[in-house]
Design a protein. Sequence first.
Length: 270
Amino acid sequence: MRNFILLPPDPSRRQLLRCSLAVAGCLATAPLMAQTRLTLYIRENRNEAGQMLPLRDEIRRLLDLFEQKLALQFEIERYPYPRLYEKTRNHEGMAFGVSAGRSHPNLILSEPFLSNQVWLVVRSDAVFSFRGIEDLRGKTVGVVRGSGYGDEFEAQRNKLFKVEEDVSSHTARLRKLISHRMDVMLFGDFHTRAEEVSQFLHQLIVAEKSSGLSPGEDFVVLDKPLLIDELCFAASPRYEDWIRRINTVIQTTRRNGELNRAIFPHRKAN
């Protein structure tokens, strides 16, 4: 019979084992940790002084909902649309609020999660009946530089009507409308009722005291929007798995009503 002598464990080996297990644990959890943050590009909106305006409450609530459901945190960066698309195509992050009605080469889109109504705002002394693009004949239409308003509008730009391009400051554009420098101001908004849009614009005037506009300025939001634009997330194919996860969240929260409540928390369900 052989005799075996049990030696005490080598402290150096024990320490090496502990280090190996610790490294293995870090490697195992590294992909999960990397997925907890995701860069998200959102179009910037600035006032006349060039200061970045905060995200609207509706957008913040939507982002909170997606962060909760996806178990991640968005790192938000804001740019004009051309720069936003460039960075998205370069696989640097995902874009938020991209139009489903426009062509986006080399990008994949999620399902629409929000409708953006493009409303026509006019002076109260220049109200007209709007039924289609032909009703803009001969008018000067104010748009946000870099934004799109559908194929039909783009085909008639500076042909059927004249286009006045502006920065994204809503109050600056309203002032141009009131001072007769444009006949129609196109305004994209999530509200689906003209009276809600009018109320929101009047609130902007009150909030931005340096706008040069007085509360109660006389403008009208026409009842029929120019178009309804469906908004999506967009990303390069590298983020295809994230797009699939986002689609699942959109489908689930649309069915159970969470998506609509995030946008309009005070609106009563029909």
